[in-house]
Design a binder for this molecule. Structure first.
Ligand code: NAP
Ligand code: GFB
Length: 323
């Protein structure tokens, strides 16, 4: 990026957006830290409702971004997805339509949008890679969210072919870290279990893990993902998506997650599984070889260190965090 770059981050007040803000403000190196000629703007829904074209147009007129990191979305864990499939599809489609169209209208040089490893085909071979996004229907539990997200990739190729736009996307695996959403019903597993374990310890009540604990997941620490987003914005030139995940060898079970949280919180009690609750996808093992080819020296934060940092943030910010 040569002359002054104005980088608009939608969803700047969320889990991933706050991590990008943290990295830009705390990293000093040239690779991930803020650069001289960059102005970073972090949006929340207070700046405008991205489902509304007029709001998005006003945001672009106000900031005239040269680059966009598009994180804003309706987001949630398995149980919220199962309950609100149309909302996930429709709200995210509206936001994506408005952001990409205004980015084209305002000649934004590059847009990086966000998919998810949970949108891949349910019936698939493993490990999953970037070429498989559209190779079959997603898991039924989140087909609304999944198809909405897949359309970003379709949009990106159509904008590139018709208007030459440089719109691309990344495919993060499950993300966790400070500023997560800790709602007990709608959150993802790691923040949900963090909150449940905290309450069990505080109130001496049972700590219940939903499902069998057997499903497998790869988790990426939000601050590691943030660095990879900044790298993607600056260095990644393809239109095709790129998976941003830890390796297959770092896949853990939901029980491993519960054990990790118990250890980080020094919870002395027992926990039980409520197998009447859904397990969702058994696994969605993603291959990060494409990323490692581009940035072979990238170091992921060890899972237990990342959980410890996240739990400490949770305990220090309990009164004000999303729950
Ligand atoms: P999050 O914590 O729920 O944050 C969502 C962000 O989007 C917030 O800043 C929110 O603003 C904003 N937003 C939502 N609806 C909006 C609207 N109508 N108008 C304007 N802004 C709106 O989500 P996240 O976990 O950071 O997710 C960021 C991106 O990563 C999403 O695209 C998500 O699909 C993707 N992703 C997440 C995960 C994960 O495990 N979390 C995994 C893979 C991919 P307010 O704060 O004002 O509500
Ligand atoms: O993060 P999560 O809700 O979503 O994880 P997915 C669900 C898994 O964790 C299931 C178990 O196996 C649940 O049975 N689990 C155990 C819990 N205790 C809890 C709990 O207290 N809360 C939650 N939420 N789960 C999502 C997609 O799939 O992945 C989204 O539905 C999104 O669209 C996200 O993309 C990244 O990993 O199953």
């Amino acid at each position: 990026m040569a002359s002054e770059s104005v980088i608009l981050v939608t969803g700047g007040s969320g889990l991933v957006g706050e991590a990008v803000k943290w990295v830009i403000e705390n990293e000093t190196g040239e690779r991930f830290g803020k650069r001289e000629n960059e102005k970073w703007i972090f949006l929340s829904s207070k700046d405008g409702d991205l489902r509304k074209e007029a709001d998005v147009k006003a945001i672009f007129e106000k900031y005239k971004p040269t680059h966009v990191v598009h994180l804003a979305a309706m987001v949630g864990g398995l149980f919220k997805n199962m309950k609100y499939k149309l909302d996930f599809l429709r709200e995210n489609m509206m936001m994506n339509e408005n952001i990409l169209w205004q980015s084209k209208e305002f000649n934004v040089k590059k847009v990086v949008s966000c998919l998810s490893t949970c949108i891949f085909p349910d019936k698939t071979t493993y490990p999953i890679d970037e070429t498989m996004v559209h190779d079959g229907p997603p898991h039924d539990s989140n087909f609304g969210y999944a198809y909405g997200k897949r359309m970003i990739d379709v949009y990106n190729h159509a904008y590139n072919e018709q208007f030459g736009c440089h719109f691309t996307s990344v495919i993060p695996t499950n993300v966790f870290g400070p500023h997560d959403n800790y709602e007990l019903e709608g959150s993802h597993v790691l923040p949900g279990l963090t909150h449940k374990c905290y309450l069990a310890k505080k109130n001496n009540t049972p700590f219940v893990v939903w499902g069998s604990g057997k499903p497998l997941r790869q988790f990426i620490y939000s601050r590691d993902l943030a660095k990879l987003f900044i790298w993607t914005l600056r260095e990644y030139e393809e239109i095709d998506p790129i998976i941003l995940s830890v390796g297959e060898e770092d896949e853990v079970s939901i029980k491993d997650v519960a054990d990790g949280i118990v250890k980080a919180m020094d919870f002395q009690g027992e926990y039980a599984f409520d197998s009447t609750k859904a397990d969702g996808q058994y696994k969605k093992t993603a291959n990060n070889a494409k990323l490692m080819k581009y940035i072979p020296d990238f170091e992921f934060t060890p899972f237990d260190v990342a959980i410890k940092e996240s739990v400490e943030w949770f305990e220090q910010n309990y009164d004000t965090l999303r729950k």
